[in-house]
Design a binder for this molecule. Structure first.
Ligand SMILES: [Zn+2]
Length: 342
């Protein structure tokens, strides 16, 4: 290698190092200091330029890592408003840089929506921001708080036992496709334009998020699982409304969950509606928040009429009502008139 080439290489490396240092110095995440298991969590970083391709993840006390959550390109998703500055503490930690003053021009509010796993170990955790190559740009610490989960036994009839326990290739294929849809993170899927609402007006909940369930089979067997959503015990035929503006990515009859709708709201963010009596939307529809998408029923594995409502962020089931409680959900840019649904 010639000396000139070597010098050029050294120059490039120095420039890259400088860039990383400058970038890191600007990346000062704002995040809540405490988050409960199974809850959503917003992280925000103000920079002069959008941090496209930068992902956020949580590393829990036992070393388990969450999936990488995408940054929502703020110019496309979030209106550049202060994301409830009052609710967000000031920058806590930055790598490689001191407390530099904010950029003089209007900063970009880079925003991530993360999901704290329902079984995340309570205690200290670390937030990491990683560039597209996986290099750490910033980290900050937070604390995961425990959540009280209820226990519930559900006695199944012989036909419901068979529905849950018997191997069935159709059921397996439906499960595979369901998981495939929920794993999809489509950067173009930006539909949400306002905070979520409840899909039914009732306050009558017959099961809660995170319930530890035991299914008691008619054969004497037992199986356990976590209840991933909330059940609202309302009469058959009760209107089911879209919790937020979104694209219908599933609207079909399934064996275990009955008539089921999945709405895609943001990249990797889905709401799910199960056991419906009837469907009032079809795959591909873009439905506004509050739009009638179906009616409550008891199709599939259900012991009475109810709506099962579930919310997933990067496949992790969150407490859907925790999303309602977030009053600092970022204002989302005005989209088209929401009248495209059927
Ligand atoms: Zn349920």
């Amino acid at each position: 290698m010639t000396i000139i080439l070597k010098r050029r290489l050294a120059c490039l490396l120095t420039a890259a190092l400088l860039l990383t240092t400058v970038l890191s110095a600007q990346i000062r995440p704002r995040l809540p200091q405490q988050v409960r298991q199974g809850s959503p969590m917003f992280v925000q970083v103000d920079t002069a330029q959008a941090l496209l391709g930068v992902g956020a993840r949580l590393v829990y006390a036992n070393g388990t890592r969450s999936p990488l959550f995408p940054m929502y390109a703020p110019e496309r998703v979030f209106r550049a408003v202060d994301l409830a500055q009052a609710a967000l503490p000031q920058p806590i930690v930055s790598l490689g840089g001191g407390n530099q003053p904010a950029a003089p021009d209007a900063p970009v509010h880079n925003t991530w929506l993360l999901a704290v796993h329902p079984d995340a170990p309570p205690g200290p955790a670390v937030l990491q921001l990683l560039d597209a190559a996986g290099a750490e740009l910033a980290r900050a610490s937070l604390v995961i708080l425990p959540r009280d989960y209820l226990s519930e036994d559900i006695t199944l009839t012989p036909s419901l036992t068979s529905l849950r326990a018997d191997p069935d290739p159709v059921k397996e294929e439906q499960a595979r496709r369901y998981n495939e849809i929920l794993a999809r993170v489509d950067p173009a899927a930006v539909y949400l334009d306002s905070p979520f609402i409840k899909p039914v007006t009732s306050e009558r909940r017959t099961s809660f998020y995170g319930d530890r369930r035991r299914y008691l089979y008619s054969t004497g067997g037992i199986s356990s699982s976590m209840h991933a959503g909330i059940d609202y015990g309302v009469p058959s035929g009760t209107p089911v409304l879209a919790a937020g503006r979104g694209r219908v990515v599933m609207a079909e009859a399934r064996l275990t969950t009955g008539n089921t709708i999945i709405l895609e709201h943001l990249p990797g963010v889905y709401s799910i509606y199960m056991h419906l009596d009837s469907l009032a939307c079809a795959v591909g529809d873009l439905v506004p928040r509050g739009w009638l998408i179906g009616a409550v029923g008891m199709t599939g594995l259900a012991t009475g009429p109810h709506l099962h409502w579930e919310l997933r962020v990067s496949r992790i089931a969150l407490d859907p009502e925790a999303m309602l409680a977030i009053d600092n959900f970022p204002e989302i840019g005005t989209m088209h008139d929401a009248t495209e649904g059927r």
